[in-house]
Design a binder for this molecule. Sequence first.
Ligand SMILES: N[C@@H](CCC(=O)N[C@@H](CS)C(=O)NCC(=O)O)C(=O)O
Length: 201
Amino acid sequence: MITLYDMPLSGNCHKVRLLLSLLALPYQTQPVDLRGGEQRSPDHLRRNPFGQVPVLDDDGLIVRDSQAILVYLAKRYGGTQWWPDDAYQLAQIAAWLSTAANEVANGPAKLRVHHKFGSPIDTAAAGQTADKVLGIIDRHLQHQDWLVGDSVSIADVAVYPYLALAPEGGLNIAAYPNIIAWFHRIRALPGYVTMPGMWQS
Ligand SMILES: N[C@@H](CCC(=O)N[C@@H](CS)C(=O)NCC(=O)O)C(=O)O
């Protein structure tokens, strides 16, 4: 059985919920009370020494980090549509996973945590990072439907949640028409699931 150590308002957890649902994989969630500090409990630190969610437990195999979990699920359960054989395509997917963990996390995701939960951040730096990454992604999607190749991949799943949650960080996502068109394509996928706070058309 797959168990996702989860927090309903976490975009990182949503990446995993979205892929599990797109793959139609049965799973259960185990909520981790982040406000109460449960992520720093000895039990959770054994699962993830960084004291964060998401963590996946697949019949005793523990995987931490949203990007790593997407890789695991795509390779283990997804077939070549989700984990291509081609080295160049895989490298492109890895590049976007890296963007999700860096620029998207330090731009739109950080602004959201600040606006929604009051975390102190350097708002000017996060704003600059957000503008840059949103512009790059919007231009990238001008001539292609998906971030990599000609079908959805874990690159899209990794980048999507914090872009769709960007309005909660005070960002005007409607200024990026190619991103909005990509939102619509993602939302039309069989098995798509949303979460509270995501951009509404
Ligand atoms: N690189 C990690 C980041 C995970 C992360 O930042 N998780 C947040 C929730 S979205 C968390 O667990 N925060 C609790 C804390 O840091 O105390 C990933 O992609 O999974």
